[in-house]
Design a protein around this ligand. Structure first.
Ligand code: ZN
Length: 309
């Protein structure tokens, strides 16, 4: 387990040892859920029918991060390590894959290939699994802190900012966000979409860090942290007052990235289906409960088996 894994895992509270483990998972599930409702007629019934599995599996990649080697690097890319060439999409094409800096954009492309294959072969369970996982990875690249080596503010004395931005703020304010969006659209260039999303996320970082400091100044260090009730558990962390101040200073940034993630996920699910020849999924709309059971069993097996090694 790398330091990065351990630190973010602790912030998100999603290391498997941590009991209920919904910390940080809330937004992933909500984003996948809203993406389903943007799908066109040929896909919507299938995804709606398997909604429960799609939500459960949407957090699997984070659960896997702590037990499967090579998983962690699929969730991020440290774009600040490529200052000369990584500021625009065409320049990104010259970036070579370096696993020490994260491989998020290449992983998106791999996941789209897998999902397209699953559609083409009509592999019912794998369509659900890959859709859920692609949704997870796409959500991650919409988070500015997934695009920098200062991923938790540890280099700027802002430790904890990762969980604040991607977990605490959505949990507090998602209900206020307008997540009604236009229908999914066909994506001509998946690599371009992935890289441009990452660049946009990266461009948000200045305000992510700067406004955290400004909110601290306005609220005061002594009121920045406190105890609050989280899912019935008394938790110590950023106070609601501080979180609200930071959220206000960000002027809708979290909401904009979330909206963008929902639209992007829905559109890439749709694109993979079209690229597979738009197969009819009607015969596959059967037995969601038993399928979910089978999927969860295979997931436990996958994680458990790796854990033994
Ligand atoms: Zn992740």
């Amino acid at each position: 387990m790398t330091c990065r894994l351990l630190i973010v895992g602790l912030i998100l509270g999603c290391i498997p040892l941590c009991s209920s483990g919904t910390w940080g998972f809330f937004a992933h599930k909500e984003i996948n859920k809203h993406a389903i409702f943007l799908l066109p007629e040929g896909l919507f019934p299938f995804y709606k029918h398997n909604l429960e599995a799609l939500l459960k599996l949407s957090v699997l990649p984070d659960q896997r991060r702590y037990v499967i080697e090579g998983e962690d690097i699929r969730h991020y890319i440290d774009l600040d390590q490529y200052p000369e060439i990584a500021q625009s999409y065409p320049a990104c094409l010259y970036v070579s894959k370096d696993s020490t800096q994260g491989i998020a954009p290449w992983n998106i492309s791999d996941m789209c290939h897998k999902l397209t294959w699953a559609f083409r072969e009509k592999k019912y369970e794998l369509i659900i699994k890959y859709s859920a996982e692609l949704g997870h990875y796409l959500s991650d690249i919409h988070v500015p802190l997934h695009t920098t080596s200062n991923y938790n503010g540890q280099l700027t004395k802002q430790t904890g900012i990762h969980g604040l931005w991607e977990s605490r703020l959505p949990e507090l304010f998602l209900e206020e966000y307008d997540l009604f969006l236009p229908q999914a659209y066909y994506v001509n260039d998946i690599d371009s979409l992935a890289w441009n999303t990452i660049i946009e996320s990266h461009q948000c970082l200045d305000s992510v860090f700067q406004l955290e400091k400004e909110a601290t100044k306005e609220i005061g260090e002594h009121r920045k942290y406190g105890f609050y009730n989280r899912n019935g558990i008394n938790t110590h962390g950023y106070s609601k007052k501080y979180a609200a101040q930071y959220h206000q200073l960000l002027q809708g940034q979290v909401s904009r990235r979330l909206r963008c993630a929902v639209q992007c996920i829905s559109s890439l699910w749709y694109t993979c289906w079209v690229n597979a020849g738009s197969p009819s999924l009607t015969p596959l709309v059967i037995h969601p409960a038993s399928t979910l059971e089978a999927l969860m069993d295979s997931v436990s097996f996958e994680v458990g088996r790796q854990h033994e090694h």
